[in-house]
Design a protein around this ligand. Structure first.
Ligand SMILES: [Fe+2]
Length: 276
């Protein structure tokens, strides 16, 4: 009798363990294949009238995904019908360094809308030759690469400024009413907000990536694993700091072979709305 009890307890234990293992496997597959589309409306009085309703798609951390993923992603971007596409780095991956894959991604998205790009730490980790090849391709597709530079995006007589940099302190003065920034690292948000405020023309909105949503996401907690410790501050969605705002994408690929859990791939569609 005692023996029978032991066997049935053991059976229950193994059944529960098997169910948990199946749930974990399904969650891992879902978390590393599904592409979530988040729509964010960003309102500001400083948005020029002709940019009211302009739609921006944010793509980040592609990490050299494969052809099928690229097809699915470009269908999603086409469906969003953006006016501009911002790419915030880690197009290539420091382990999967096939430039043709990254090239294919840039070619396909640049066919959809004007693209603006900043590099991430993985792009900077590949060989100088590979990065040069990628730069040459991007330029040939009409993509604007921002490396400590500011450009104007013009609509009629009105314009906004777009600055992109790798190092937060590397930027020229920008002089528009509405200033957008691209920077791969969300931890650069606060220093850029503070410095631009000091300079007298504060950054309005920054687009970023890098955090991969914190790799593991928990309800009410958000991202768990950061590059500089647990529970990073900026991993996904819209944030505010001292009058500046930032939108962070959870990215579109994985760094090396590190998988995600409940931190799905993330396309952000941001619509600008002029507040009267
Ligand atoms: Fe990344």
């Amino acid at each position: 009798m005692e023996n029978e009890k032991k066997i049935s307890k053991r059976k229950i234990f193994y059944i529960v363990l098997s169910i948990l293992a199946v749930i974990l496997i399904i969650s891992l597959i879902f978390s590393n294949t599904y592409i979530d589309v988040e729509k964010i409306t960003f309102k500001s009085r400083d948005i020029p009238e002709s940019f009211d309703g302009a739609k921006i798609v944010l793509l980040s951390d592609y990490h050299n995904q494969g052809e099928n993923f690229c097809e699915r992603l470009t269908d999603i971007v086409k469906e969003a019908d953006p006016d501009y596409i911002f790419i915030t780095g880690d197009i290539i991956d420091r382990i999967r360094t096939d430039v043709d894959k990254a090239d294919n991604f840039l070619k396909k998205v640049s066919d959809i809308a004007p693209c603006y790009l900043v590099w991430g730490n993985h792009d900077k980790s590949v060989s100088q030759g590979d990065l040069e090849r990628l730069k040459t391709s991007a330029v040939s597709y009409g993509i604007t690469i921002l490396e400590g530079t500011t450009v104007r995006i013009q609509r009629g007589d009105e314009y906004i400024s777009l600055t992109g940099n790798y190092y937060y302190y590397d930027y020229p003065p920008c002089e528009a009413d509405f200033n957008i920034w691209l920077n791969h690292f969300p931890e650069n948000f606060e220093p850029i907000a503070e410095q631009t405020k000091k300079d007298g023309n504060q950054m309005d909105l920054m687009f970023s990536g890098h955090a991969h949503g914190g790799l593991i996401r928990l309800p009410f907690v958000g991202g768990v694993i950061g590059h500089n410790g647990l529970f990073p501050d900026y991993t996904s969605g819209l944030y505010e700091y001292d009058g500046s705002h930032m939108i962070v994408s959870r990215g579109l690929g994985n760094s090396g072979n590190v998988p995600r859990l409940y931190s799905t791939f993330h396309v952000v569609v941001c619509e600008l709305e002029r507040e009267e």
